[in-house]
Design a protein. Structure first.
Lengths: 261, 355
């Protein structure tokens, strides 16, 4: 269980997170949604230990995250960044291998890398240069690396966590679905997942719990059905839509019944 | 043996490293056999086998002195300086995530040179007690502190709340290099004829002044650099993804960065003190090897040390034969070999290496 209590983070005088409390339970996919600049990424940076809190506590499985050493934290959770460029000509295999533990023998490591690449639909991409891939492919390579880092969702009775910062941002629809399938399977197997998502339909489709962030505070939290209401859409996102309604004129794509083919 | 996995270049890297070991040994032997004295290869071999067998009949002959007091120390110093400069370049590039980062570029070499010049100019007066105590050892130590001081200052400027901005670091490095250069120029301007002569010889650089004494002084620095390699290799790989990502992968990035900076200052300090400022080794060697064996530091660092040593010994051989009995400053040779090579790689591989 990841527990955040009364977390406040300031940039200068301004509070970019104000008294935020939330929990991320293992076995669930928790989506964080909200308008631009609401503080979603800041929450993620705080729970990964990247940002220091002005006040409040962040606990991972009952222990303050500040008390974990970097390598201990790396064994408990993996973080998928929004984008990450590489200055040197690494192959896809080499990038993904960075996520595998040095404790594995070379044969097992190579097998793990290959399995992770299959899972993100990049089978056979091991020998390609990372820099020559498209943005969406690069993002999936990083997902494979992150999966390698916490390959088993539960180790020694303790859950492990995936922190995903807009994992679907530059992906096509099929790979958006595949990526969130992977995340949900990780949660079903006992791990915990927190994902920042922009697409509310995807959040509604995959999340067990949605946390709505607005202006540095938690505006709503609960199941998709509880959270995604006409009133919330208007007060938080500033759009007047009818949730669950069907647009009149324009063509639309409804991913609720879709599967990755 | 298992079949090679696509994209896994470690097997190839091991073969290349083995080849580089052989190449370095061959180049060392050639370096011992070449020189203006006209000593034949057979004579060199004879002297070496005598020494190995413990026979020292020829100990006072001219050839013995040339081989054991000039060529061997010179070759050893070349190997150490070349390996040190190339490693410093590779580590700095990993730290800055930029294949063009180089100790020369961010002012570390200029800071080290300032340290060395301080000792030369003020060694007779102001720093006399220090000089009496340390002797010639004052030069690498001063250069080390000059390099370390510059790097730490750079770090203080570019780091806020534990985050180092690479852009600020590169730009601040250029400014600090200019300041160190200005102070150095002022010291040169203020120096007397004797100091000027010494400064001129030192600033031309080169391995001509190699002695066993200098070798012994350089060894602890270089051993320190080599010992740090296994502790930094995996962390440097992770740093390539970014600092936050390296921390997420479990590395203590602040410690890692401090260690890299210390090691770079050690390598640059000893190289600048005993061989002057020699450019391009730190950029060209890691760059070429990344194209051949890939950028993973676990294999890149040892390969870089070997090829750096080889390159500098070869450059030195060119220096002392091309205009014999005079000697060309080694910086001319490294730049002449290095710069066009570097440019050609740049043009050919523009797609793969994103500068």
């Amino acid at each position: 269980m990841l527990e955040v209590e009364a977390l406040t983070i300031r940039a200068g005088q301004r509070a970019i997170l104000d008294n935020v409390s939330l929990t991320v339970a293992p076995g669930q996919l928790t989506a964080v949604v909200g308008p631009n600049g609401a503080g979603k990424s800041t929450i993620l940076k705080a729970v990964t230990g990247e940002l220091r809190a002005a006040s409040g506590t962040i606990k991972l499985d009952g222990r303050s995250i500040a008390s974990y050493r970097p390598y201990e934290l790396a064994q408990r959770r993996a973080v998928l960044p929004q984008s990450s460029s590489l200055a040197f000509p690494f192959t896809v295999h080499e990038v993904v291998r960075l996520g595998t533990s040095g404790a594995l023998n070379p044969v097992d490591r190579a097998a793990r890398v290959a399995a992770a690449l299959i899972r993100v639909d990049l089978n056979g991409f091991g020998g390609r240069y990372f820099q020559e891939l498209s943005g969406g492919e690069q993002q999936r390579v990083h997902l494979a690396r992150v999966l390698c880092q916490v390959w088993e969702p539960v180790v020694a009775g303790l859950p492990r966590y995936l922190f995903l910062d807009e994992p679907t941002a530059s992906l096509d629809l099929r790979h958006q679905l595949l990526t969130l399938d992977t995340a949900r399977n990780f949660a079903r197997a006992g791990g915990g997942v927190i994902a920042i998502l922009h697409d509310l339909n995807l959040a509604a489709l995959y999340a067990d719990k949605i946390i709505v962030v607005s202006a540095g505070r938690i505006a709503a939290s609960g199941t998709p059905r509880e959270v995604l209401t006409d009133e919330m859409m208007r007060s938080v996102f500033g759009v007047s839509v009818h949730v669950g309604g069907v647009p009149t004129d324009a063509p639309f794509i409804l991913p609720h019944s879709a599967h990755a083919a | 043996m298992t079949a090679p996995v696509a994209g896994d270049r470690r097997g190839r890297a091991r073969i290349v490293i083995a080849g580089l070991v052989v190449l370095l040994l061959v180049v060392c032997v050639i370096s011992l056999c070449i020189g203006p004295s006209g000593m034949s290869t057979a004579e060199v071999a004879g002297l070496l086998s005598d020494a190995v067998a413990g026979r020292f009949d020829a100990i006072n002959t001219v050839n013995h002195v040339i081989l054991f007091d000039i060529r061997i120390p010179r070759t050893l110093l070349g190997a150490m300086v070349g390996a040190g400069l190339a490693l410093a370049g590779a580590m700095m590039q990993g730290l800055f995530r930029n294949p063009l980062a180089d100790p020369g570029l961010v002012g570390v070499s200029a800071g080290a040179a300032l340290g060395a010049v301080l000792v030369i100019v003020l060694g007779g007066a102001f720093l006399a007690p220090v000089m009496d105590f340390l002797g010639i050892g004052a030069l690498p130590i001063a250069a080390f502190f000059g390099g370390l001081g510059t790097t730490l200052l750079l770090y203080a400027i570019a780091t806020r709340r534990g985050q180092t901005s690479v852009g600020t670091m590169l730009l601040a490095g250029i400014a600090l290099g200019a300041i160190a250069g200005a102070v150095t120029a002022y010291l040169v301007f203020r120096s007397n004829d004797f100091q000027l002569r010494e400064l001129t010889f030192w600033s031309m650089g080169g391995l001509g002044g190699a002695t066993w004494h200098k070798i012994l002084l350089a060894v602890p620095f270089i051993v320190g650099v080599f010992l740090a390699m296994p502790f930094t290799a995996r962390g440097l790989d992770a740093l390539v993804l970014g600092e936050a990502e390296a921390r997420h992968l479990g590395f203590n990035t602040q410690f890692l960065k401090s260690l890299i900076i210390l090691v770079v200052a050690l390598a640059v300090g000893v190289s600048v003190a005993f061989a002057g400022i020699i450019g391009f080794v730190g950029i060209v060697v890691p760059h070429v090897l990344r194209l051949v064996i890939g950028p993973e530091h676990r294999t890149l660092l040892p390969a870089t040390a070997l090829l750096g040593a080889t390159l500098l010994i070869v450059a030195d051989m060119v220096c002392r034969t091309i205009v014999a009995p005079a000697e060309l400053p080694i910086g001319i040779v490294t730049a002449t070999i290095g710069a066009p090579f570097f440019l050609s790689i740049l043009l050919r591989k523009r797609g793969v290496i994103d500068l």
